[in-house]
Design a binder for this molecule. Structure first.
Ligand SMILES: [Zn+2]
Ligand SMILES: [Zn+2]
Ligand SMILES: [Zn+2]
Length: 86
């Protein structure tokens, strides 16, 4: 009577689906918003050229609508998970 173990080298066994760090966001789940500069973008109203614009109070820049002014948006590749499965 001998029991043979075929599974003695399973120290690193994971779930069936192997995940790896998302190359697009580096695991953060967020990427820099491409529509703006650190959450700010040229005023939609005056394009940054009208000092009397109400939309931007004359600053020429407004909060980015894409990222709500955060400067980053959810990574589309991993849907904000930070990792993807092959
Ligand atoms: Zn990602
Ligand atoms: Zn403006
Ligand atoms: Zn943005």
């Amino acid at each position: 009577m001998s029991t043979v173990s075929l599974d003695e080298n399973s120290e690193n066994s994971e779930n069936e689906s192997v995940t790896r760090t998302c190359p697009d966001c580096g695991g953060d789940g967020e990427v820099e918003c491409t529509e703006c500069n650190d959450g700010e973008t040229d005023c939609y109203d005056c394009d940054g050229s009208d000092e009397n614009s109400e939309s931007c109070d004359g600053s020429g820049v407004v909060s980015c609508e894409e990222c709500s002014g955060g400067g980053t948006e959810e990574c589309s590749r991993c849907n904000g998970e930070g990792k993807i499965s092959d």
